[in-house]
Design a protein around this ligand. Sequence first.
Ligand code: SAM
Length: 218
Amino acid sequence: METPHYDHLTPQDYEKVYEPAEDTFLLLDAIEDNLEYLKSIQPGICVEIGSGSGLVITALSQQFPNAVCLSTDINQWACNTTKRTALRNQASVDPIRTNLLDNIRDKLVDVLLFNPPYVVTTDDELNHKERNFDSEKTDNNLIYSWAGGVDGRRVIDALIDKLDSILSPNGVLYLLVLKENNLSDIISKFACKQFIAVIFKERRIPGEHLFILKVIRF
Ligand SMILES: C[S@@+](CC[C@H](N)C(=O)[O-])C[C@H]1O[C@@H](n2cnc3c(N)ncnc32)[C@H](O)[C@@H]1O
């Protein structure tokens, strides 16, 4: 699987949108490693939450040109950049500016991808309580790309709570997490919601131990 082109993105883009990094490439590698499985479930609707530059959902769209590929992000610049990346690679991706998958109909998503803001910070740093996704704040502040609040879990936990209403009966989620996010607790939390989460891939990079969890229904 070839990495989509992203040479159209400039340093000015990266002032507003998360630049593809090791976590991005780990998620891409996970898709590549699990392509046979993904083909076997014949996905009709694929979504990446928090698409940033759009590299990952573009790669998935290239593999499944007949699937509807959507992306969401709370950052309008990321939505625009995702569209540009898809067009640069002759792929079809429709970005939506929203929180997680708000406003998308229930239990429709066959393949869900998320490289969330996972870095452990204080809630103050994340400004969690005051976060308003309709405001211009999230467009102009890269902190929302990486700051995860306490245990780096604020956005991850919000997704776990909503997952049942998002995934189709045979749907699968690939979620990037960090060791400090407390893997065993995340896996237990999925189990409480009737999902099996397994470590599908892991990679150590300087300063971070990253994992991809593959999550399906019991
Ligand atoms: C770590 S970056 C990953 C970007 C891209 N997917 C990648 O792998 O390079 C996290 C992205 O999630 C977006 N994001 C953060 N919180 C979100 C939320 N509640 N709903 C949707 N997107 C969110 C950020 O704006 C950012 O683009």
